[in-house]
Design a protein around this ligand. Structure first.
Ligand code: HEM
Length: 186
């Protein structure tokens, strides 16, 4: 035991995270474009879909297989009472027109977690869609609905990231303010 905690992603997993962001964003854009009639994007959508599946698998390996990843999971999915309370506080702040403090530990984190979960399931259904010959209508309807949810989460995640970085704002966990504000697991 050295006593030093693994705090940062290995460069390989930073590339994996970048790959997830880029390929999933391109899937959202190409999927929406296809829905609006740009069907020539189909080969790109499938090829980028396989790339997105590979990067997402790598992201889950990092999340589940490394200590820093498991710390990140605890942030992304509010399993503790404190984390759930923070999400409710953030929703209340937004309801009253206030920008919540420490968004990336509460509501922002939950949106990130849901985004990851939706992206994983959408990609899974997409893979089933290209490989199966039956139930295509059901799978396509499911795939479209999940893609819609994912698009909403993408917009929320982008909006929260911008809000969190507005000048003069602190990115600290309000329920743990005395701790280092550089976040373990990222
Ligand atoms: C985050 C990931 C993804 C998103 C947001 C997404 C989004 C979409 C959307 C919105 C459509 C509907 C297009 C339409 O109405 O014509 C669609 C269709 C489709 N997607 Fe995806 N998709 C994703 C991942 C994948 C993956 C991983 C694959 C497979 C490798 C895939 C394969 C397909 C196929 C085969 C269709 C049907 C195209 C058609 O025949 O109309 N998708 N996708």
């Amino acid at each position: 035991m050295t006593g030093t905690k693994p705090r940062r992603r290995h460069i390989l997993f930073l590339i994996v995270l970048l790959g997830v962001v880029v390929t999933v964003t391109l899937q959202i854009v190409s999927g929406l474009a296809m829905a609006f009639g740009f069907l020539s994007l189909y080969p790109f959508h499938v090829a980028d879909g396989f790339a997105a599946a590979t990067f997402l698998a790598g992201e889950w390996v990092w999340l589940l297989g490394t200590p820093a990843g498991r710390i990140a999971i605890a942030r992304l999915f509010p399993i503790t009472t404190a984390a759930r309370r923070l999400v409710i506080e953030h929703l209340t702040d937004l309801e009253h027109g206030r920008i919540p403090e420490g968004l990336r530990f509460g509501l922002g984190a939950l949106v990130e977690g849901l985004f990851l979960a939706f992206a994983t399931v959408t990609v899974g259904v997409g893979l089933l869609l290209v490989t199966s010959s039956s139930s295509v209508i059901i799978l396509l309807t499911l795939h479209r609905s999940l893609a819609f949810g994912l698009t909403v989460l993408w917009c929320l995640h982008t909006a929260f990231t911008v809000l969190e970085r507005l000048p003069g704002r602190r990115s600290v966990n309000p329920s743990n303010e005395h701790c280092d504000s550089r976040h373990p697991g990222e």
